[in-house]
Design a protein around this ligand. Structure first.
Ligand code: PXP
Length: 242
């Protein structure tokens, strides 16, 4: 069972950006998530600023009581920003402009010198560094070489197999995850996991051992919108006088 839950509030900002207005504020969602007991808050500052922006990250840095995890591309602009705002952890992710969400893990093996430089630069400011990778031995080995503190295993293949109800593939993905968690821990890395986790599939990930933090975003924000709908409508009806 994972030790902690970190809630990704990017999609609160996605709703805000749909109207380019001031609400809903990711920082308000973060405060409520922390009050509900999560260990920390995760946000992804994308280069296209499609949801979270620098102002959000600064506000979160001042308000998040637990751990603030900043997901970002390993590019100089983001590294410089992270060193200014000082999140507790920076998670380096691959980023491409047209993707809907992060597709696949970082190819650490192919970009080892660039990623090592980024890891060292962030760590020199006291930021823990995590690398978002596929559960593959060659990527774990490369992550170890960079000196990163954590790897975050991409659970997207598991989540997709689960949605397709392909039981054989689900078991295969779970066993890959457990093997690579064990290998990463033996190599001296700590392990987080996330992507595509939801209220239907989480029980299978909760069975794995050795995970510190689960990063979950879309499904929690989606559920929050629905479980809050009845209350929101009743409040509006009251204001209308109905
Ligand atoms: N972990 C990482 C590195 C991610 O990029 C994302 C998506 O922003 C998540 C976890 C959360 O994924 P989801 O929104 O599918 O829960």
């Amino acid at each position: 069972m994972a030790k902690y839950l970190c809630v990704n509030v990017d999609h609160i900002a996605t709703i805000r950006e749909a109207r380019k207005m001031r609400e809903p504020e990711p920082v308000a969602a973060a405060i409520l998530a922390e009050l509900a007991g999560c260990k920390g808050i995760t946000v992804h500052l994308r280069q296209d600023r499609r949801h979270i922006n620098e102002g959000d990250v600064h506000l979160l840095r001042h308000t998040v009581v637990g751990s603030l995890n900043l997901e970002m591309a390993a590019v100089p602009e983001m590294i410089q920003f992270a060193k200014t705002v000082l999140p507790n952890m920076a998670t380096l992710v691959p980023e491409s402009p047209n993707e809907i969400t992060t597709e696949g893990g970082l190819n650490v093996e192919a970009k080892i010198s660039e990623i090592t430089t980024a890891v060292q630069s962030l760590q020199s400011s006291g930021i823990l560094v995590s690398l978002f990778i596929e559960p593959k031995m060659e990527q774990v080995k490369a992550a170890r070489k960079t000196g990163a503190d954590y790897v975050e295993f991409h659970t997207g293949n598991f989540a997709e197999a689960f949605e397709r109800r392909n039981e054989k593939e689900v078991e295969l993905e779970l066993s890959k995850l457990q093997d690579q968690i064990n290998f990463a821990l033996k190599s001296g890395l700590r392990v987080n996991a996330g992507h595509g986790l939801n209220y239907r599939n989480i029980h299978r990930i909760a069975e794995l051992s050795g995970i510190d933090e689960l990063n979950i975003g879309h499904s929690i924000v989606a559920r929050a919108a629905l479980v809050g709908m009845e209350k929101a409508v009743k409040e509006m009806l009251k204001l209308i006088g109905k």
